[in-house]
Design a protein around this ligand. Structure first.
Ligand code: KIV
Ligand code: NA
Length: 265
């Protein structure tokens, strides 16, 4: 199997082939997502919500992200593996950003890191890139800044914020980022960003006129329950399937149907 690289992702954008990206946080799920042929696997700090049950992405630690990332990397044969640097491990201090990145790369074996923000984190992005680690940007709704925004509503609807977002995208490109995630912004603005920068732009709630799409895998598989934003397309109802299977098992244990003779030694 030929491994996906930043070079291949750039070629996909150039020839107009859309890039597929999903999250994974553990070995079993990453194996499925990779075998299906997804191009990029994101070890997202959404693990804070999905895996640990926190309300936001802020509490997850660098050690916890490395634990998730190392499990994912052990399963992946083809996809390009990107790891979110968690809140508090890179903002405003480029030495800390580099130190966090080096730990992620050495201890997990991942291929790249993702950071939230534009001009505010320019020094950190440059420092990481100069160490030879590919960086993915993330603009628009950046969940690590949720307490600044106050809500999870669509970002950059006003001209001022839209202009800053476009400038930030150009800045991240000029710094040398290999791709940018745009989260929950108007489709028209996302299209403009994707046309303006030459690096791949991956959208989540950013419309169809970008270079690829990303979703949280537990959301698209219907494992998570309450999170149903308009941008989410649910491809399975695994929660119902899993509930049914577990209820069936309980019933079989109670009724002594399980184990039967062929399941015994
Ligand atoms: O953590 C995450 O899952 C993400 C994606 C939604 C882009 O950052
Ligand atoms: Na994230």
């Amino acid at each position: 199997i030929k491994r996906i690289t930043t070079h291949i992702l750039q070629e996909m954008k150039s020839r107009g082939e859309k890039i597929s990206m999903l999250t994974a946080y553990d070995y079993s799920m990453a194996g499925i997502v990779d075998e299906a042929g997804v191009d990029i696997i994101l070890v997202g700090d959404s693990a804070s919500n999905v895996m640990a049950g926190h309300e936001t992405t802020l509490p997850i630690t660098l050690d916890q992200m490395i634990y998730h990332a190392s499990a994912v990397v052990r399963a992946v044969k083809r996809a390009f593996v990107v790891v979110d640097i968690p809140f508090g491990s890179y903002q405003g201090n480029s030495s800390e950003a580099l130190r966090s990145t080096i730990r992620i790369m050495k201890e997990s074996g991942a291929h790249a890191v993702k950071v939230e923000g534009g001009s505010e984190i320019k020094e950190s992005v440059i420092r990481i890139l100069s160490a030879g680690v590919p960086v993915m940007g993330h603009l628009g709704l950046t969940p690590q800044s949720i307490y600044k925004f106050g809500t999870y509503t669509v970002r950059a609807k006003e001209e001022e914020e839209a202009n800053k977002l476009l400038e930030d995208a150009k800045l991240l490109e000029s710094c040398g980022c290999f791709a940018i995630v745009l989260e929950k912004i108007p489709a028209k603005l996302a299209k403009k960003v994707a046309e303006t920068v030459t690096i791949p732009v991956i959208g989540i709630g950013a419309g169809g006129d970008v270079d690829g799409q990303v979703l949280v895998v537990h959301d698209m598989l219907g494992i998570t329950q309450e999170f149903k934003p308009r941008f989410l397309r649910q491809y399975a109802d695994l929660r119902t399937t899993m509930l049914g299977a577990v209820e069936h098992y309980i019933k079989d244990v109670k009724s002594r149907d399980f184990p039967n003779e062929s399941e015994s030694y």
